[in-house]
Design a protein around this ligand. Structure first.
Ligand code: ADP
Ligand code: 5GP
Length: 233
């Protein structure tokens, strides 16, 4: 029996740890594949074409838009990014589920067309930690870091459009939480009676639902808003 792939969207302000979590979950969970996006931005650090992204010229990107090859596309931090439709088709035929690492604009577009997509928003523990992680990663220029911090303030306010929220404090715990979300959604799709162990996974994931996390996110939002207020003085 063939079934539609589950589509997991993961979004976060840049530097929150989304790529780290994505890489770990792909190693941990079988039959979960990553949708490699197309981008017009320059290759960074140790990135390889065709691994993290397909790096293309503006001309090629625009041609793909015209040919309707993207499921969604958006301008993020001054560059173009897009999710190719073919990844969804290929996941469908190979029986895999699909993981998309895309920004809040892309997530909104996907949710409109693919209402059953499951979305996870990753947030840093606070603004200072985000800044530290961006600097420590050592891959962005100062100008780029400032732009990403400014964008983060806006992006983080969108957290309540997502199904699940993951506060990326301790990496190991965050990986376990993300794994629980993926496994729980797979179990829910099976619509059968669950073992005790399986029910515990679903329960763990339920604790990460937006409604259960709203209160914990408030101080994080406040750390971003306070920073903006002091910058305006
Ligand atoms: P993103 O993909 O969201 O831009 P990265 O995965 O590149 O972010 O992570 C940014 C930096 O933060 C990296 O140097 C990464 O190793 C580090 N990092 C990620 N998660 C954690 C965590 N839970 N605790 C400490 N450092 C982390
Ligand atoms: P980075 O350049 O740091 O890898 O990614 C910058 C931002 O672009 C991140 O928020 C990432 O999620 C987003 N992004 C990556 N690929 C896509 C995509 O295909 N579509 C959209 N809308 N955003 C993407």
């Amino acid at each position: 029996m063939t079934q539609n792939p589950l589509v997991f969207i993961i979004s976060a302000p840049s530097g929150s740890g989304k790529s780290t979590l994505t890489n770990e979950i792909l190693k941990l969970v079988p039959n979960l594949v990553f949708s490699i996006s197309y981008t017009t931005r320059a290759l960074r650090g140790s990135e390889q074409n065709g691994k993290q992204y397909y790096f293309v010229s503006m001309e090629n990107f625009e041609r793909m838009v015209r040919d309707g090859e993207f499921l969604e596309h958006a301008n993020v931090h001054g560059s173009c990014y897009g999710t190719a439709r073919r990844f969804l088709r290929e996941a469908g035929t190979s029986g895999n589920d699909l993981l998309l690492d895309i920004d809040v604009q892309g997530a909104a577009q996907i949710k409109k067309n693919l209402t059953e997509a499951i979305s996870v928003f990753v947030v840093p523990p606070d603004r200072k930690t985000l800044e530290w992680r961006l600097r420590n990663r050592g891959e962005n220029s100062e100008r780029d870091i400032q732009r990403r911090l400014q964008d983060a303030k806006r992006e983080i306010e969108e957290y309540d459009k997502y199904d699940y929220v993951l506060i990326n404090d301790h990496l190991e715990k965050s990986i376990e939480r993300l794994e629980a979300i993926v496994l729980s959604e797979r179990l829910r799709r099976e619509k059968r009676t669950l073992s005790q162990e399986e029910a515990a996974i679903v329960e763990r994931a339920e604790r990460l639902r937006l409604t259960n996390l709203k209160e914990k996110v408030q101080p994080i939002l406040a750390s971003f808003r306070a920073d903006l207020a002091s910058a305006q003085l």
